[in-house]
Design a protein around this ligand. Structure first.
Ligand code: ZN
Length: 449
């Protein structure tokens, strides 16, 4: 398959190493607040990428960091009058909970930055020995002028980055673009011991310390939102390639476009965000996934309520179809494999989930329109739906035991047979309040939820 690489600005053939192994790292949350829908867009995209690569037979190790020490966490702790680790516990738990509800479950390991303080200190020390880092009154800085490739990911020269950057002037730094690897302790801040006295790590160094200790100095895929290209990912390259001398640090740089609200980037600081937590009260997780996957992942997209409603309609159609076929043994046949290959073919071309969803919709229309299908065809549809769910995570199939479904339906059918439509309607209404709907069709009554 081909995937767009930000470093080479080209579509590259995605290949693994030794027996189709792929090491993938994606920048995780800074846990000072709940995630917004823009974060969910990135996380759901990389979830589907990991699932698709695994479906194709790659052995993907998907690693994500959690930034659990940062200026924003410290100021949130001060605002709320509690310890920084309390803030970290609250918001990392809520991040994991929301990801679980959004069915983002492909990540093998979450690495918390403060569990890697020794590795961070070790990497900074090696940078210092190589002459790429220097100590000042308030910290240790990376010397950007010492790394001639600085700017290669964002495709800008160091000089144009300096003139374009809004970087606060810090008289301790040799160059305005130099960034903190270690920040010396200020009163009231959390700290760790280091060769430079007590303090805490900078932001960029945590990722390369984590990936170096888990993956080594070189690995396959690094992902994140496009807003992280500069300075975050640019600085990661400088640190890792600078310290190891091994180039490239990663083979594929994959970035997702922002989610905007009326053409302005959704962000916590602008307070124009929509939270997945609120949306999950009104929409199925699968509807949110369909909505976010209906966008081309690299392009910026605008938030739209209508898009979510459309996502819910598709999710409900999928659920209805699943309910109709779930009792048939999933059947692998030439036909079902052909349908699946057709649906996933756009993913081979730079993860075109938008086009794949159009094909899923065609499959739904056709499958829902055929009446009196043979057991074999129902089994094939069931198999296709299982595969769609394995890759996209969009088949809503809450585990109500089949026996319970039959019991409810037969009680309602008995009432209807006796002409007791009041009771039948009451059952429908009560179930509706629980999010379960009854569909009466020529093929009989179905429950779906
Ligand atoms: Zn990062």
């Amino acid at each position: 398959m081909k995937i767009y690489d930000t470093l080479s600005l080209t579509l590259k053939e995605l290949e693994g190493n030794n027996g189709k192994k792929l090491k993938m790292f994606v920048c995780g949350p800074t846990v000072y607040d709940k995630p917004h829908l823009g974060h969910a867009k990135t996380n759901i995209f990389f979830d589907v990428l990991a699932k698709f690569l695994r479906f194709k037979g790659f052995r993907v190790f998907y690693l994500m960091n959690v930034t659990d020490i940062d200026d924003k966490i410290i100021s949130r702790a001060n605002e709320e009058g509690r310890g920084w680790n309390d803030v970290v516990n609250t918001y990392s738990s809520s991040f994991f909970e929301i990801m679980k509800r959004l069915r983002v479950d492909s990540i093998n390991y979450y690495a918390f930055a403060t569990d890697y303080i020794n590795e961070i200190i070790d990497q900074i020390s090696r940078l210092q020995h190589k002459g790429l880092a220097y100590e000042t009154n308030d910290g240790v800085y990376f010397s950007v002028r010492g790394f001639s490739d600085y700017g290669k990911l964002s495709h800008q020269s160091i000089d144009s980055l300096i003139s374009g950057a809004r970087i606060s002037i810090n008289e301790n730094k040799k160059d305005p673009l130099d960034f903190a690897l270690w920040k010396k302790r200020k009163p009231g801040e959390p700290y760790w011991d280091s060769p430079w006295g007590q303090g805490r790590p900078g932001w960029h160094i945590e990722d390369t310390a984590i990936t170096e200790s888990i993956f080594g100095p070189q690995y396959d895929i690094h992902g994140g939102g496009a807003d992280l290209i500069f300075p975050h990912h640019e600085s990661e390259i400088a640190q890792m390639e600078g310290v190891s001398g091994k180039v490239p640090m990663v083979n594929y740089w994959i970035h997702t476009g922002h989610l905007n609200v009326e053409n302005v980037k959704m962000s916590k600081s602008l307070k124009n965000f929509v939270s997945p937590e609120d949306l999950l009260k009104r929409f199925w997780p699968e509807a949110i996934r369909i909505y976010l996957l209906s966008m081309q992942y690299r392009n910026p997209a605008n938030y739209s309520e209508k898009g979510l409603i459309d996502g819910q309609i598709i999710a409900e159609k999928i659920s209805l179809l699943k309910h109709r076929v779930k009792k048939y043994e999933p059947s692998v046949s030439d036909n079902s494999i052909q349908i699946i290959n057709n649906i996933i073919s756009p993913l081979e071309n730079d993860m075109n989930t938008q086009e794949a969803l159009v094909l899923i919709n065609d499959f739904l229309k056709e499958s829902l329109s055929i009446r009196d299908k043979s057991d074999k065809i129902n089994g094939e549809i069931n198999y296709v739906l299982n595969t769609i769910d394995e890759i996209f995570g969009i088949v809503h199939d809450a585990p109500l035991p089949d026996g319970a479904v039959d019991l409810i339906l037969s009680a309602r059918n008995e009432a209807r047979k006796k002409g007791d439509f009041g009771t039948a309607d009451e059952i429908r209404k009560k179930l509706g309040e629980l999010g379960i709907r009854i569909e009466d069709s020529t093929e009989g009554s179905f429950l779906w939820w």
